[in-house]
Design a protein around this ligand. Structure first.
Ligand SMILES: Nc1nc2c(c(=O)[nH]1)N[C@H]1C(S)=C(S)[C@@H](COP(=O)(O)OP(=O)(O)OC[C@H]3O[C@@H](n4cnc5c(=O)[nH]c(N)nc54)[C@H](O)[C@@H]3O)O[C@H]1N2
Ligand SMILES: Nc1nc2c(c(=O)[nH]1)N[C@H]1C(S)=C(S)[C@@H](COP(=O)(O)OP(=O)(O)OC[C@H]3O[C@@H](n4cnc5c(=O)[nH]c(N)nc54)[C@H](O)[C@@H]3O)O[C@H]1N2
Ligand code: SF4
Ligand SMILES: [Mo]
Length: 731
């Protein structure tokens, strides 16, 4: 028997953990974390441990599919599919103009920069700017707040330097969403051991909240009031870095005036927490020498994400928690060149109102991209500029977008819908073509994405100059015809006689990125490694060097001391931005929300054993997570006459979904915690025990939406809940 152990960068989610696959006689027999890996220290999760099994699941597409006139699907050769799609795109561009063709980049369009690089180059080649991504239905407030507040070029200190951490509606132990870095449970454990204080604001007692020194189990959607309360108390008690603010920030007086109404008592009443706890949390954070704040999807989706993210930055500024002159940035970049380590901000940058305009709801491009929540209406609204074709790259609009009912109408209205997906997803079941793609086991992979997201904020990216690149471990199943996404875009461009110029992701500097772009040879098809060289052109360590380290490596690169602010520098952070202060005034003026017809709130969450809409059917995952339950506080269940395991109707003003009720004492009373991206299409039969319910169906995309990113309410959705059939029985 031959035994082999092969390393792979996991890309089953964005975290890119270092895994090892054990082979016996060429067959994968086990997948586990690599204990010797210097960034992940052996971490793996059950989802990642499926990496060697996924290519062989019955649900994996081994051939691309084309919809037939009777609505059924038949296999089509990948090159024929590329040719047919290219011809259809050309016909649409000729008749309606390039704007009629849109691209949607979902989760797995980010996990693979080569796919994204080619998709973007193809869109540029046909002349369409209609590029949408999942970012605007995720945490668009992060970009918008950075624009309003201004970026701090030197970034924030690393996890092991913090004395305190505030997590606002994020649960990185499960989600890997930043805040703690990679192998988050271990990093939190180490940080707590050295005395770091943890404050968590979350309506659920999350995995992170269980380790918190103070957990404010607040009413969802009240985060801006809570954070304003922190700011007010810090200012009142002098817990702010006056010198840093005077030197580096404008807008202090405006902020002080806007947070004045948010007294501990007023905030406690709104958010339904104890005023003493709020004060204790604010002081615990305010007395920490160095600290960090990270917010997640919950507060980004519950109505005022921009303001929450703005406070994440402004509170950091008030405490002077940014990396300062002389601090060492230990990771000068390996595959991605970070922003310059200078203790300064260029000042605010435009956050919306530029680029392509949507024809609906007055939405424009924003710093987080074109508003995806406006895309369904863009498709459905007739007239000049209407979108007729949508290319979905590793995303699943039918299960992930808000307003599933409208999304369904939109997908059905398209002249051309193409999904690049290894599975016949809910969106794929409405598509004209599904391109069957290769999976991570069959692809070269690397940690560029994790490094790229290192600029998002506290606890993102690697604190050390670490990178990993691994070759494909296995060929696709025998007899299959699966492609890398870029190959199809290449084939389509060839067919249409277009040239592709692919940008480098290795830098954030737009000028340098343009210089590092590469014209692709349209006659001789490049290799997979060639493509990565293009996509990471100009990386601090050449890609070929990283490829020599399939087990991952900490490169010998000197840390960079943060340089002082250059003389004559005028840029300053802005902590009193007018639009944000106006939102604070509106909140202060409005009473806390009344219960109304829909007294409960569906709050978003992640499940440990499921990732968005992906691979729920994998047997090892299904055993652990057969469906997406409605997790409810047992007291709410008792009050509503609901028993564990009952199917319940969760009804919003938009629609009703069915879920299996599960008692969860960790969920705040009044909240129903349900994860997204389950369920099926509106015209399909749905069994709540296996398919689950789709929370997107509960939301409107055109009510209570953010005017800049378009994100509507996707958490804290007002609902009522009753046992399924209870209404019929009562009548
Ligand atoms: N109500 C509510 N709605 C939400 C959220 C929420 O919390 N609440 N969360 C939002 C967030 S944060 C996000 S990011 C979006 C997610 O939005 P999307 O990215 O659109 O949704 P996913 O479910 O991640 O879709 C991923 C698709 O990629 C396919 N896939 C899996 N592996 C691969 C691969 O290797 N290559 C390719 N090409 N495809 C692959 C899967 O089969 C699946 O169809 O949903 C959003 N929707
Ligand atoms: N295992 C797993 N990991 C994932 C994913 C997955 O599906 N499964 N999805 C990936 C994706 S696409 C993303 S974007 C990241 C997201 O990563 P996170 O943002 O960390 O996602 P969650 O774990 O859902 O944490 C959101 C928290 O917000 C809370 N919450 C809901 N509404 C509110 C509110 O109004 N205020 C406050 N304060 N809290 C609120 C919820 O109770 C929940 O605990 O995770 C990624 N990682
Ligand atoms: S956390 Fe994500 S990257 Fe890490 S093993 Fe799990 S699925 Fe893979
Ligand atoms: Mo996300």
């Amino acid at each position: 028997m031959t035994r082999e152990r092969k390393p792979i960068v996991c890309r089953v989610c964005h975290a890119q953990c270092a895994l090892l696959v054990d082979y016996e006689d060429g067959q994968p027999v086990a997948v586990h974390g690599d204990k010797d890996n210097p960034a992940f220290f052996g971490y793996s999760c059950i989802k990642g441990r499926q990496i060697a099994a996924l290519p062989y699941l019955p649900s994996r597409l081994t051939h691309s599919l084309k919809r037939q006139s009777d609505g059924s699907y038949a296999p089509i050769a990948s090159d024929s599919a590329a040719a047919e799609i290219a011809d259809k795109i050309k016909a649409l561009v000729d008749e309606y103009g390039p704007r009629s063709v849109a691209l949607y980049i979902g989760t797995f369009g980010f996990n693979n920069f080569s796919a994204q690089g080619f998709a973007l180059a193809f869109m540029q080649a046909i002349g369409s700017k209609m590029v949408f991504t999942s970012v605007t239905i995720d945490q668009p407030g992060k970009g918008i707040a950075t624009g309003l507040h201004g970026p701090w070029m030197a970034g924030v200190p690393d996890v092991d330097e913090w004395d305190a951490l505030l997590l606002v509606g994020t649960n990185p132990i499960v989600s890997m969403n930043g805040g703690l870095g990679f192998n988050p449970a271990r990093r939190l454990h180490e940080a707590k051991k050295r005395g770091m204080k943890l404050v968590v604001i979350d309506p659920r007692e999350t995995d992170c909240a269980k380790h918190a020194d103070i957990h404010l189990q607040a009413r969802p959607g009240e985060d801006p009031a809570l954070l304003a309360g922190f700011a007010r108390l810090w200012i009142e008690e002098g817990l702010i870095d006056r010198a840093f603010i005077a030197e580096n920030a404008d807008g202090f007086d405006a902020l002080r005036a806007a947070v004045a109404p948010f007294t501990p008592e007023a905030v406690a009443a709104r958010a339904d927490v104890m005023a003493e706890d709020l004060v204790a949390a604010a002081r615990m954070l305010g007395r920490a020498e160095r600290g960090a704040i990270s917010a997640g999807t919950g507060p980004n989706m519950s109505g005022r994400g921009n303001l929450v993210e703005y406070f994440v930055r402004s509170l950091t500024t008030l405490r002077g928690w940014w990396r300062k002159e002389g601090d060492i940035r230990r990771n000068p970049g390996v595959l991605i060149e970070p922003t310059p380590a200078i203790a300064a901000s260029p000042g605010p940058v435009p956050a919306w109102g530029f680029g392509e305009k949507l024809r609906v709801r007055g939405l424009t491009e924003c710093i987080s991209g074109l508003p995806t929540a406006g895309l369904a209406d863009e498709i459905l609204t007739p007239g000049e500029g209407q979108i007729k074709a949508l290319i979905c790259l590793g995303g699943n609009p039918m299960l992930a977008w808000p307003d599933q009912l409208k999304t369904h109408e939109a997908m059905k209205a398209l002249d051309l819908l193409v999904c690049f997906d290894p599975r016949h997803s809910a969106t794929g079941r409405l598509a004209h073509y599904n391109i069957a793609v290769k999976l991570p086991l069959e692809l070269e992979g690397n940690t560029a994405l994790s490094e790229f997201i290192g600029t998002i904020g506290a606890g993102w990216g690697y604190p050390i100059p670490y990178a990993q690149a691994t070759p494909p471990l296995a060929a696709p199943p025998p007899g299959s015809d699966v492609v890398e996404e870029w190959e199809t875009f290449y084939a389509m461009a060839q067919r249409l006689g277009l040239k592709l110029r692919v940008k480098s992701f290795a830098t954030f500097d737009p000028k340098r990125a343009a210089e590092l772009s590469t014209d692709i040879d349209m006659d001789a098809k490049p290799s997979e490694t060639d493509i990565w060289r293009v996509v990471l052109n100009g990386s601090p360590v050449p890609y070929d060097e990283v490829l020599k380290h399939p087990n991952g490596h900490v490169f010998e690169r000197q840390g960079v001391p943060v340089a002082p602010k250059p003389p004559g520098w005028t840029g300053k952070l802005q902590i009193g931005a007018g639009v944000m202060m106006e939102e604070l005034r509106q909140i202060a003026a409005a009473p806390p929300p009344a219960a109304g017809d829909y007294p409960l709130r569906v709050i978003s969450r992640r499940l440990h054993d499921a990732h968005n809409s992906n691979w729920h059917e994998a047997p090892a995952l299904r055993r652990r997570q057969p469906t997406n339950p409605a997790y409810m506080n047992p007291e709410d269940m008792a009050a509503l006459g609901i028993a564990e395991g009952d199917v319940v109707d969760v009804e919003s003003a938009r629609s009703t979904i069915q879920c299996v009720a599960e008692a969860a004492p960790d969920v705040r009373r009044g909240c129903v915690s349900i994860t997204h991206a389950w369920g099926a299409n509106p015209d399909e039969t749905i069994d709540p025990h296996t398919d689950g319910g789709n929370t997107g169906r509960l939301s409107f995309d055109d009510r209570d939406f953010d005017p800049y990113s378009g994100i509507p309410i996707m958490s804290a959705i007002p609902v009522r809940v009753r046992r399924a059939g209870a209404l019929a029985a009562a009548e």
